[in-house]
Design a protein around this ligand. Sequence first.
Ligand code: NAD
Ligand code: UGA
Length: 435
Amino acid sequence: MKVVMIGAGYVGLVSGACFSEFGVEVACVDKDANRIRELTEGRIPIYEPGLEDLVRDNGKAGRLTFSTDLASAMVGAEAVFIAVGTPSRRGDGHADMSYVFQAAREIAASLDGYTVIVTKSTVPVGTGRRVSEIIRDIRPDAEFDVVSNPEFLREGSAINDFMRPDRIVIGAETERARAVMRRLYRPLYLIETPMVFTGLETSELIKYAANSFLATKITFINEIADLCEKVGADVHDVARGIGLDGRIGRKFLHPGPGYGGSCFPKDTLALVRTAQEADAPLRIIETVVASNDARKAAMVGRVLSACGGNVRGKAIAVLGLTFKPNTDDMRDSPSLMILPRLLEQGAKVRAFDPEGMNEARKLMPEVEYCGSAEEAMAGADCLLLLTEWNEFRALDPRRIKAILGKPVVVDLRNVYNPAEMRGAGLTYTSIGRPN
Ligand code: NAD
Ligand code: UGA
């Protein structure tokens, strides 16, 4: 079986490599020639644990190839996946569909024989039908079906999420298309992964509903954390106490500086717009979006109060810049909101992140970037922990105390034990826990 993956980004590259691991012949096509050159030379343009080995092994086996030429890649392909970006459109928060529709036009030009065209990108309700119309207009003769197959992987654990998903969602309207998708996902079907077959609109909405629900869970626990601080309760005990109820579930109840990343912020916003236009407003998601935005900004206040009311001339050591650990992705990271505000207030910001600094340098050139956590912390007036990379969890409180200029720690991921931090002589602020 042969498939084409259009877009060799986080989703396209991981999905392509994983399908090739299933034994499928995969041609990954991207219009970014540099990216394709790197991949052809065995260099992986993104940081994702395990991806390099998977790409190398399947490349050697001849099952995974990279190209900028869609027409040649499509020869003999039974399915073509669209895995291009759908970022927020400037101004109105809708998903920008220009990349998806451009890919549809390019596919139309090269269709030859029955082909299943699969939207793997996160796309608003109605996109599948629009893609179908675009192709039909250009190629009235072509034999094809459009299928929606949203992706639920997380960055940082993408390969495991793809190989062992909780479910696969397939929105398809013909038995012929469903049969192609079943064959493609056969290895997951064999390990009894639930397959949810629906129509196109339902499948498209499932993806937005899932991301918005998860974003709501995080926002809920963040607001509960704020309440815990006021009333002397511990948010982790609250999360465990409610999460053990199977109807609520324990996951995605970890408080933090507000959700970020390339998906929750843009997808919640896009769903709000879709719902408003459909005259079925999702007020709960509108509130989640507003609460999360306000939260990121409010985190700056925590650093200010930990530093005695102002940060002018003070050195703040920031550990972690990416929106979560085990990725180099900086898109909508809370650090992009918090660091510029600290700089505006006159702070000197010295940061370290294991994988995110190349990208961060382009986005925040005023920040001083350090070669290690210790270098960032040396002599600093405050340590601000923003992303919970394992190497930061392992730092010894006594060492932190010895190395900082002032013993002040603001931990926005609750990775340290408050009693141990205090025992080491540090003034420690975390989220939703009694001081
Ligand atoms: P990305 O920006 O990392 O990659 C997109 C790639 O598509 C880029 O390399 C770009 O050059 C390429 N591209 C754009 N138009 C093209 C065209 N016409 N032909 C060939 N290549 C083209 O994006 P991503 O993070 O992989 O996200 C892709 C989609 O998947 C989005 O809709 C996103 O919401 C969704 N998604 C992402 C994740 C994630 O963890 N990043 C998870 C699930 C779903
Ligand atoms: C998220 C979803 O988890 C995936 O299922 C989905 O496929 C993906 O979006 C997408 O559509 O792109 P991802 O953004 O990679 O995946 O990462 P998450 O682990 O979900 O984290 C998102 C943000 O929420 C991060 O900033 C993280 O720090 C924050 N978060 C997560 C919390 O603050 N608390 C939690 O308990 C969980």
